[in-house]
Design a protein around this ligand. Sequence first.
Ligand code: PMP
Length: 348
Amino acid sequence: MVRVRSSLEELPAYVPGRKLPGAAALASNESPYGLLPGVAGRLAELAGGVSRYPDMGAGSLVRAIAGHHGVDPERIAVGAGSSEVCGQLLHAVVGPGDEAVFGWRSFEAYPILTAVAGGTAVKVPLRDHGLDLDAMAAAITDRTRLVFVCNPNNPTSTVVGERALLDFADRVPENVLLVVDEAYREYADPALVPDALGLLGDRPNVVVLRTFSKAYGLAGLRVGYCVAQAEIAAAVRKTQVPFSVSALAQEAAVVALGEQAEVARRAALTVAERERVTATLRELGFEVPGSQANFVWLPLGDDSARFARHCLDGKVVVRPFPGEGVRVTIGLPEENDAFLALAAAWSG
Ligand code: PMP
């Protein structure tokens, strides 16, 4: 009989946001605006070609990403979503007995993918809803191979500023990979949230993670990437499942990268709505940390599951983290209004 690794029993499950037809989908931090204008047409053109394997090296996409960031294409590695790139990074540097350090709570794939790679997750509790970088630096041991800094942090939406990120990077030994996960970068104010690539990109152990799932509106196609030093990017490419990034995903991402003005316009709409939602929630008496992402965090503690149920009953799907809080994605104005009406009914 085939034996499944016993460690899988302890593996936490990734809980995806619920899908409810007809409800406002504010549980998964997706873009509410649908496809960028050029993307749909290009996908239709390509549909007939999907009987063939995609370009395994994702050459056009890699060149487009490299051009976008002004770096050598050798420094790019792509994957089926930045979740897969997280896994690739872990497989590249973490083995049995090795540790990966990250704040907790943070992106829920980190502990799962660390365990899948055979490593040990070291979860450092947040302070005031944000990453506690001092405690994270103190948690680094001889066994640490990788540290995740999620900036802005999912699900709490808080950020690490430039000085703090620089100081932290100085405290991460050069043989430890420092992965700055910037999945929500496009929603962040550059004056408040450092661009890790500009700030730390020259360091040998720094990797910046980006995705097409959020502001680029391609969550369902699965494409993400990292920018790292060439040797690290090469190692990450080696750990990729062959052909994991489909031809449609590659082409859609190339088109999306070319539509920066529309990406920025949509992100600005989300940011304006985020500020409106935050202000209204605060007026209603909710504690809401300032967000630099496309979602807000309501630290409702033991009320979290009940609040999410209340929203679900009102046809708005949000994401509860029972005992901790509720994460609410910023949607279209009318979806946000529906959510705010439910929040008002809850507090009133
Ligand atoms: N990093 C963070 C912080 C995220 O919140 C997410 C998605 N929830 C991802 C990475 C992965 O996104 P994807 O795999 O769709 O690129």
